[in-house]
Design a protein around this ligand. Structure first.
Ligand SMILES: Nc1ncnc2c1ncn2[C@@H]1O[C@H](COP(=O)(O)OP(=O)(O)OP(=O)(O)O)[C@@H](O)[C@H]1O
Ligand SMILES: [Mg+2]
Length: 352
């Protein structure tokens, strides 16, 4: 196994597009690192640079202790799994998994046990004689995974491998991939635009926007302490609600919002960030409050999402589903003072 490192890595494409801008990121040996960001933010480029499928414009890429900038892809000992499985349609599952080893000229006696070990690991043990078209999408994805596993690489690179599966299968495969990661004790670098995937699978998440790394940390930390407005809005479902506030006086009062803001030196225009679950229906005396003009209600089971507005700002609350509330009502909610986020209105950086 191996660690991987990006040191001030920039990738500019010939057209002038900067896909990755001064990236510094360390992936630890055995870690499950997820690179998360919207379409076009440079995620695939980050992977392709490590695989050697793209050259860096500036900076250094390491695998373990070795600088690999000029090491050809086949000598980097990484395996990549893509969204599209690229299986050979006329070959059985066994032959698809064995293909690389056959090309290396290994004997069937050496190949067979490795294929069955990898197939068992991904739950394909009984399907080795099938053709790809006789498999479901999830099973085809497992063949692609087994094909990577038999190579026993130092690093596994995944580029949105689950995005063509349906929601239920995706959920199942998330758990499977975690398990496989544990069993292999391998280093995974996994790219996705799906924040739920990132939250549930990553040991750490690296959030990117426009080629720039925004924040790196364990999912819980990034969720609780987003470094800026972009990360705050991108991570979490429903998205964090934002209300612009004047910070200078430190007390925001309006008919709809009563809250003492944290001291923020140098910040006069702020943006208050509120997670849905930081709101609750029974405001304690002295606790900050807001008044939500209710638009829609979505019952989830134990909880409900109450979607509405505070003044002109859309806000979502997650409260007990037994609270009776309907469209057009005004609901007074308490806000947990420990769970207030405040961002600098100009830079977008978190203040607290
Ligand atoms: N070969 C290329 N030549 C020119 N520009 C490219 C090339 N590959 C990618 N880009 C540009 O670099 C930027 C980052 O692309 P990249 O594929 O890394 O994004 P991504 O985050 O993987 O997006 P997606 O989620 O849509 O897969 C994009 O603006 C893209 O248009
Ligand atoms: Mg991509």
């Amino acid at each position: 196994m191996a660690s991987a490192g990006y040191e001030h890595v920039t990738k500019r494409f010939p057209g002038g597009e900067t896909a990755v801008n001064d990236l510094c990121l360390d992936v630890k040996d055995g870690e499950f690192m997820v690179v998360l960001g919207p379409s076009g933010c440079g995620k695939s480029t980050v992977l392709r640079l490590l695989a050697g499928l793209e050259d860096v414009t500036e900076g250094v890429i390491r695998i373990g202790e070795t600088v690999v900038n000029h090491v050809p892809p086949r000598n980097r000992d990484v395996a990549m799994v893509f969204q599209t499985y690229a299986l050979y349609p006329h070959m059985s599952v066994f032959d698809n998994i064995a293909f690389g080893m056959r090309m290396q000229g290994l004997d069937l006696a050496d190949i067979a046990p490795r294929v069955s070990r990898a197939a068992d690991l991904v739950g394909l043990g009984s399907l080795l004689n099938r053709l790809p078209r006789q498999l479901s999408g999830g099973q085809q994805q497992r063949v692609a995974l087994a094909r990577a596993i038999v190579r026993d690489p130092q690093l596994f690179l995944f580029d949105e491998p689950l995005s063509s599966l349906d929601a239920k299968l995706r959920e199942h495969m998330r758990a499977e991939l975690r398990k496989i990661h544990r069993l292999l004790r391998a280093t995974f670098l996994y790219v996705t635009h799906d924040q739920l995937e990132a939250m549930t699978m990553g040991d750490r998440i690296a959030v990117m926007k426009d080629g720039v790394l925004q924040q790196v940390g364990p999912p819980r930390h990034v969720y609780d302490h987003p470094a800026n407005l972009f990360v705050a809005g991108f991570i979490g479902t429903p998205a964090m609600s934002f209300i612009p506030v004047a910070v200078a006086g430190r007390i925001a009062t309006g008919s709809a919002l009563e809250i003492e803001l944290p001291w923020a030196p140098g910040v006069d225009e702020g943006v208050l960030g509120i997670r849905a679950e930081a709101l609750h229906e029974n405001a304690a005396p002295g606790e900050p409050t807001l008044e939500l003009d209710v638009d829609t209600v979505e019952i989830l089971g134990r909880d409900q999402f109450v979607v509405g507005a505070v003044g002109d700002n859309p806000v979502v609350a997650r409260i007990d589903s037994h609270v009776k509330v309907g469209r057009g009502e005004r609901l007074r909610l308490g806000l947990d003072p420990e769970r207030i986020h405040l961002f600098d209105g100009r830079s977008g950086q978190a203040v607290v």
